[in-house]
Ligand binder design. Structure first.
Ligand SMILES: Cc1cc2nc3c(=O)[nH]c(=O)nc-3n(C[C@H](O)[C@H](O)[C@H](O)COP(=O)(O)O)c2cc1C
Ligand code: SF4
Length: 496
């Protein structure tokens, strides 16, 4: 009898916990996995104590270490994101460790830093080519390309709400503009090789459709995607089974056929015709037009810079994606070994333009793990004007780095179309978290700039940063990447 009472009381308690978990909106894991989901939070709480006795350090785990994720999670939740007791990195021996050289007499950061930690771009996007829609982006930190399809509608909505609240641009990804992208944020419309949302039935580019799409939404710029760091030179395929009516309508594709994204564009075939295409689109839509690419063979970039020398045609911005960048799904050989890592790739592209005196003509955007303050600072020192954040923004809306994005089984509803799992992600509260993270990243950039004695991260120079070689010695970014004097910072007359 006693046992039966005990079992009933236990079952009732579990029922109460299950009900509480399923109806709360703060934690996707508990909403999707009632009762057992609580163990994840328990383990997270007592993890640091457990790790004193078992297993790994705070610097292990990839792509994002435990410390890096903890910083994003705490920033997104508006919690204490400081670390106590000092660094646990073996600072003199870690190869590739970054040192930022502060000044003995730092600049006073604005006190207080305003609520949004406002940090506009040093350059006017589209200004050098006099585009009708040229503008100075209000934030140097923006949300990177991720499509509806690879992410759930709820995740896209949360990112869009977050970007709107933080005053950032939201890149649509190559899947076109979905209703979830229309929640207030200004957009960068991405066009991949399949021209989703602006294509003819045979998959070729349709200018009139593009103009209609641009007119229908707050599109501030267009990004032509040549490749992305995690899978350069590789097309994509969305199997018919995964094509819902909603996705088919947004992308402009049939419901009953596998949807192929070819590995290269059909609207142009070389650098020269690409520049004609860029000018056509910029003229017809009025907005600045740029390209996104990973970096492999350098001849493309050298030719692009050379052809822009006459200043009669040109891209308004270049987004360089590093080989360490993220993806919804890609073969291992592509994620691990194809295309240069961000710092190497970016510095080579920047150098191609700086060598010809064209660095101020282009807004340079960096992506691949630059949503962490240290990496972002290095990107700015190398000459990036803005950074795009993808997976870090996913972490801010609940991603737990389970790396199942390719399976449609994302446990927190971020990278899945499974309605039960998506239900766990509450776009409103997660949108607030995304905004808090984006603002916090800007705040750290303002603080670090002040410590280095400058008022804006674009003024941090490659001399200001050294990279350790793992054996007590270090080299400046200038030496490491062959930068010349005055490279890496925008010209004095850009109005900062
Ligand atoms: C789930 C997912 C989907 C992505 N979709 C696109 C896409 O549609 N177009 C694109 O250019 N890049 C795409 N990317 C790459 C990101 O925009 C970004 O370049 C890359 O992840 C590096 O940034 P990160 O290190 O901040 O994640 C995607 C990345 C992820 C993780
Ligand atoms: S599957 Fe894992 S890594 Fe991918 S978004 Fe979901 S939680 Fe993050």
């Amino acid at each position: 009898m006693k046992l039966r009472t005990l079992i009933s009381a236990g079952a009732a308690a579990v029922g109460v916990v299950a009900y509480r978990d399923m109806t709360q909106k703060t934690h996707a894991i508990r909403r999707n996995f009632p009762v057992i989901g609580n163990f994840r939070y328990l383990l997270e709480t007592i993890g640091p104590e457990l790790r004193q006795y078992i297993v790994t350090s705070n610097e292990e785990e990839r792509p994002f270490s435990r410390d890096e994720r903890r910083w994003v999670y705490a920033s997104a939740k508006g919690q204490n994101n400081y670390f106590g007791f000092g660094t646990d990195i073996d600072v003199e021996h870690i190869q590739g460790h970054t040192y930022i050289k502060h000044r003995a007499f730092p600049l006073e950061p604005p006190t207080p830093i305003d609520e949004l930690a406002s940090l506009p771009s040093a350059k006017v996007l589209g200004g050098p080519r006099n585009r009708v829609g040229a503008f100075r982006p209000g934030s140097v930190v923006n949300v990177s390309a991720m499509s509806f399809g690879s992410l759930s509608g709820a995740a896209i909505k949360a990112l869009n709400l977050g970007a709107a609240k933080a005053g950032c641009l939201h890149n649509t990804g190559e899947g076109g503009i979905s209703p979830y992208h229309r929640n207030g944020a200004e957009l960068v419309l991405q066009m991949g090789t399949a021209y989703f949302g602006c294509r003819n039935d045979d998959g070729t580019f349709d200018l009139e459709r593009l103009k209609d799409v641009v007119a229908s939404a707050p599109v501030k710029a267009i990004e032509i995607k040549l490749s992305q760091g995690a899978k350069p030179g590789l097309g994509g395929m969305l199997p018919a089974a995964k094509i819902t009516e909603e996705i088919a309508a947004i992308r402009g594709i049939p419901l009953d056929k596998d949807c192929i994204s070819p590995p290269r564009h059909t609207a142009f075939h070389d650098v020269d015709s690409m520049l004609d295409f860029v000018e056509l689109i910029a003229t017809e839509t009025g907005v600045p037009v740029g390209i996104k690419s990973a970096v492999g063979d350098l001849s493309f970039w050298l030719e692009l810079a050379e052809l822009m020398r006459t200043r009669t045609r040109g891209v308004d911005f270049i987004t360089v994606d590093g080989g360490e960048g993220g993806t919804g799904a890609a073969p291992l050989i592509f994620t691990d070994s194809i295309s240069l890592p961000f710092r190497m790739g970016f510095s080579r592209v920047y150098g191609a333009f700086a060598e010809l005196g064209l660095a101020d003509d282009v807004t340079f955007i960096g992506s691949a793990k630059v949503g962490l303050p240290e990496n972002a600072v290095v990107a700015f020192a190398l000459g990036a004007d803005m950074v795009n954040v993808a997976r870090e923004a996913m972490l801010s809306i609940g991603c737990i780095q389970s790396q199942k994005c390719h399976t449609d089984e994302c446990p927190v509803g971020v990278a899945t179309q499974n309605p039960w799992l998506v239900r766990g992600l509450d776009p409103l509260s997660k949108g607030d978290r995304c905004a808090a993270y984006l603002i916090q990243l800007r705040k750290e950039l303002i603080r670090v700039s002040s410590a280095v004695g400058v008022g804006h991260p674009s003024h941090i120079t490659p001399h200001d940063i050294e990279i350790l070689n793992g054996d007590y010695e270090s080299r400046t970014l200038t030496g490491l990447y062959g930068y010349k004097d005055h490279w890496g910072v925008p010209g004095a007359d850009l109005g900062l």
